[in-house]
Design a protein around this ligand. Structure first.
Ligand code: MN
Length: 247
């Protein structure tokens, strides 16, 4: 069995789980790898990217323990699941026959785990030590947020409501939609449900309980409110600049 080559995976923008994602910015091939988790998490085309900051850098919004569990255990699990699904689909193709009936189930595994991996990569980049505030004056993010939501406060209110109203586990997402060349606030349930084909996620807010329950318990709204204080606007701008070229 041969893995999909890293070049193929990293090639151009790919549509996964309903969203268009920039392979080269999806941290699929980080060279600095954390200690491999049990079960071969690093075997396959997807790799667990290191956090772009230290475990303590988002204190007090997110504790060291929350980040360690979330990144090293939960995110690693999605990487492992995505690699397993890719391998299983390759095995199914090779076996043919009755095995081909399993494509639907394994594709569902792939959509869940790969969307989980890619959204977590964006989530880590969506925050930084000393982040928050406003997007830089004159940036595309500042301009389009004002144009499409009216004001930064209206964007925050929309994102907070979308994240708070997720049924069960999921995400609040800021995305760029190239067809109408507009920003959208979206939500995802689990990792892949309620997605829109073709949009480019710019910012990801994890509202799975594993992201906040140790510190915030049932107070999801408090966690969501605090997220605004660590937003990394540079990530939003970098991804938006790339997305604008797709229109
Ligand atoms: Mn998570």
């Amino acid at each position: 069995m041969s893995w999909v080559s890293r070049r193929e995976v990293l090639g151009s923008a790919a549509v996964v789980g309903g969203w268009m994602l920039f392979g080269e910015h999806a941290a699929l091939g980080q060279e600095t790898k954390p200690a491999p988790a049990a079960g071969g998490v690093e075997e396959g085309p997807y790799h667990l990217p290191p956090l772009p900051y230290g475990y303590a850098d988002l204190e007090p919004f997110l504790s060291v323990q929350t980040l360690k569990l979330h990144h090293d255990i939960h995110h690693a699990g999605y990487v492992k699941g995505a690699n397993a699904a890719v391998a299983e689909l390759a095995a199914i193709r090779q076996a043919g026959g009755a095995e081909i009936k399993r494509v639907r189930a394994v594709t569902d595994d792939l959509a869940f785990n790969l969307s989980g991996h890619l959204l977590h990569d964006l989530y880590w980049k969506s925050m930084k030590k000393g982040g928050g505030g406003e997007p830089p004056a004159g940036s595309e993010a500042a301009k389009l947020i004002k144009r499409d939501f009216g004001a930064l406060e209206a964007f925050h209110a929309h994102l907070s409501a979308a994240a708070a109203q997720v049924h069960g586990s999921g995400w609040g997402i800021l995305a760029y939609e190239p067809a109408a060349q507009r920003l959208l606030v979206l939500a995802a349930e689990k990792h892949e449900n309620m997605g829109v084909w073709g949009v480019v996620p710019l910012l990801a807010l994890d509202v799975w309980e594993h992201a906040y329950y140790l510190q915030y318990q049932n107070k999801r709204a408090d966690y969501i409110k605090a997220f605004a204080e660590v937003i990394n606007w540079a990530t939003v701008e970098e991804r938006l600049q790339m997305a604008l070229k797709l229109a």
